[in-house]
Design a protein around this ligand. Structure first.
Ligand code: EPZ
Length: 423
């Protein structure tokens, strides 16, 4: 196991370049299974979730290589039907996209149930509902999901999701691309990475419209074709560095972003008193303590993202007055980090879906040893360590390295005193 040692108190300053969006890339890579040809994907972050997914694709028979840093060339033309390696599948959440990709490509599928960050119950009933409405017979056990064509075969269908689900929206899109007829997904997720997946598929010859709205239409085509596609920048990585700049009272230029995607985060940080300047593909974040208290409720896009809950909570801790943070996507997400922040001197009272965060005003958090319990909780504890006085050790940082490319290098370049220690 490894941990990070952080000597806090230095305001971050300088420039950070944001990598490709993890949650777009982990859907686009399985989508290449639908393509009889070579796909060149650019802006791919070198993070453990991506490395695991590429190992899964290789184990299925795909030809996979890093053509250059950040660029993956993958050819699934000769991938035979077969169950992806269950050991690898269980290492991450997004492996479940192989269900939709296999169903679209082969008309059947068999994939072990996914793993991933366990900060909440993460059902896949909406994915199963979508596949069933597309005409698949779905068998779901404790270990796997298996699908075969039902008696009427696979066909386009109107599917109305009961909850706004990124995963179900993406998985149904993957399956429907090559299924004859028109599929309509209602109550679809609108996240930037959903739009990015649709844009990738359309670049390869799919016929998807409406991505980014709550109604997505997919007209099944006979075949896709290879091509080149560059993934969007990572909204949550960018938001994490913006929150770190605010928490440390720094001045950081966050480069390679799409400001429109960041609006839900930019607005909140401005409310806390940060000075934020937007450029075409960059955002400058400047802040001085004390920060103002705010009220935030996480929502599906374009609302404030649940994946930024932990990071904004750290900024709230460093504010004056009591902030309120309500979680509407995963109720139990607070438990991944609030007690750890309290060990650093924070005062957070969680009641149901809402946390009341008592700001410490001009006081400082104190460095200590804390434990990451999931990807974004780990990122938040790093931000807290950067803002604290003294030394903070963040343990279980394998969670963090699932989703943040070269985080030590990027933070060091911003003046942070952070290093990785093997235990
Ligand atoms: C994606 O997870 C992201 N992961 C998560 O990011 C993110 O927190 C989440 O979307 C919400 O934005 C990836 O994209 C790989 P959902 P996903 O399906 O698709 C309920 C990170 O930090 N639901 O949108 O699993 C579910 O319980 C990760 O990068 C059902 O009830 O999320 C939740 O309350 C963590 N049934 C809500 O919907 C289903 O079949 C949203 O879940 C599916 C979901």
């Amino acid at each position: 196991m490894a941990k990070y040692e952080i000597i806090g108190g230095t305001p971050l300053s300088g420039e950070v370049v944001i990598s490709g969006a993890k949650n777009a890339v982990v859907a686009i890579l399985p989508a290449t299974l639908l393509v009889p040809g070579k796909c060149r994907i650019e802006n791919v972050p070198d993070i453990s979730d991506v490395r695991i997914l590429l190992d899964i694709m290789r184990s299925m028979g795909a030809s996979v290589e890093w053509a250059e840093p950040g660029v993956v060339e993958i050819d699934c033309t000769d991938v035979p039907y077969g169950e992806p390696n269950p050991e690898l599948v269980r290492k991450m959440r997004a492996s479940y996209y192989l269900l939709g990709a296999q169903l679209g490509r082969y008309g059947r599928s068999h994939v072990a149930l996914p793993g991933g960050c366990a900060f909440a119950a993460r059902p896949i009933d909406q994915h199963i509902k979508g596949f069933g409405l597309l005409g698949a017979d779905v068998e779901e056990t404790e270990e796997y999901v298996a699908m075969e064509p039902g008696p009427d075969g696979l066909h386009g269908q109107r599917i109305s999701l009961d909850v706004v689900s990124v995963g179900a929206t993406a998985n149904i899109m993957l399956a429907a691309c090559l299924i004859e007829g028109q599929t309509i997904i209602e109550n679809a997720a609108k996240e930037p990475h959903i739009v990015d997946l649709a844009n990738f598929l359309n670049t390869m010859g799919a016929r998807i419209s409406g991505a980014g709205t709550d109604t997505i239409k997919i007209r099944g085509v006979k075949q896709l074709h290879g091509g080149t596609y560059a993934a969007i920048p990572d909204q949550i990585e960018a938001g994490t560095y913006m929150a770190a700049a605010v928490a440390t009272g720094g001045n950081v230029l966050v480069q390679n972003v799409i400001p429109k995607h960041m609006e839900c985060i930019t607005t909140r940080l401005r409310e806390m008193g940060a000075k934020i300047t937007e450029f075409d593909d960059a955002i400058r974040v400047q802040a001085t303590r004390p920060l103002r208290r705010i009220t935030v409720k996480t929502m599906p896009y374009p609302g404030f993202p649940t994946d930024m809950q932990a990071q904004i909570c750290v900024c709230m801790v460093l504010a004056t007055g009591t902030s309120r943070l309500t979680e509407s996507v995963y109720e139990t997400r607070f438990f991944g980090y609030c007690s750890e922040l309290e060990n650093m001197g924070a005062k957070i009272k969680v009641e149901g879906k809402t946390a009341s965060v008592v700001g410490i005003g001009d006081r400082k958090l104190r460095g200590t040893t804390v434990h990451a319990k999931d990807l974004r909780a780990g990122a938040a504890l790093i931000i807290a360590g950067l803002a604290a006085e003294g030394t903070t050790y963040v343990k279980n940082i394998h969670y963090v390295e699932r989703g943040y490319e070269r985080i030590i290098e990027k933070l060091t370049k911003l003046g942070a005193q952070i290093k990785r220690i093997e235990e």
